[in-house]
Design a protein around this ligand. Structure first.
Ligand code: PRP
Ligand code: ADE
Length: 172
């Protein structure tokens, strides 16, 4: 039987020379693969209270939307600077290849709400760390963070665990 990893393809030198880009669009396009990924991303949080699912731009929206639907909970996007229309709070962060700012609507999470963070890939952990800070600045409590892929050599999982986060990944 195929695993989640079998559906992911690697594209060399995208978006820059030297980056091996782990492309999950091939996983998303396959009905068995996509369902397997959503079920497995949710698996460790069964029985936990989750009030909101937060997805990180861009592929975290696809996963987060499906997960929120499965849980019958709300979905909240964390987006790159300048994309959200309402009042936002901002957090800068470093990427494997650059620097950026993430934003969250300032009324999207209520104090005390339990939040699951989802994204396709964990590299340095900078994007997710920024997301965690944004959620916590609004008083949200992170239940955990789920990713399809972890790139262990970039240290993201250790960074998030050192922040006290529960981290779940489907493959390396
Ligand atoms: C990728 C990926 C994660 C982030 C992980 O997104 O989808 O969100 O990088 O990297 P990090 O752990 O080093 O922070 P990217 O920044 O390429 O943006 P995109 O989803 O908008 O293409
Ligand atoms: N984001 C950061 N590094 C990445 C990689 N190697 N593949 C896909 N997305 C990424």
């Amino acid at each position: 039987m195929k695993t989640v990893k079998d559906y992911i393809r690697t594209i060399a030198d995208f978006p820059h020379e030297g980056i091996m880009f782990r492309d999950v669009t091939t996983l998303f396009a396959d009905p068995r693969g996509f369902r397997m990924a959503i079920d497995q991303l949710l698996h460790p949080w069964a029985g936990e209270q989750i009030d909101k699912v937060v997805g990180l731009e861009a592929r975290g929206f696809i996963l987060g939307g499906a997960i929120a639907h499965q849980l019958s909970k709300g979905f909240v996007p964390i987006r790159k600077k300048g994309k959200l229309p309402g009042q936002t709070i901002s957090q800068s962060y470093k990427l494997e290849y650059g620097e950026a700012i993430m934003e969250l609507h300032d009324d999207a999470i209520q104090p005390g709400e339990k939040v699951l963070v989802v994204d396709d890939l964990l590299a340095t952990g900078g994007t997710c760390e920024a997301a965690i800070k944004l959620v916590e600045r609004l008083g949200g409590e992170i239940v955990g963070c789920s990713f399809i892929v972890d790139l262990p050599e970039l240290g993201g999982r250790k960074l998030l665990r050192d922040l006290g986060m529960q981290v779940h990944v489907l493959c390396e």
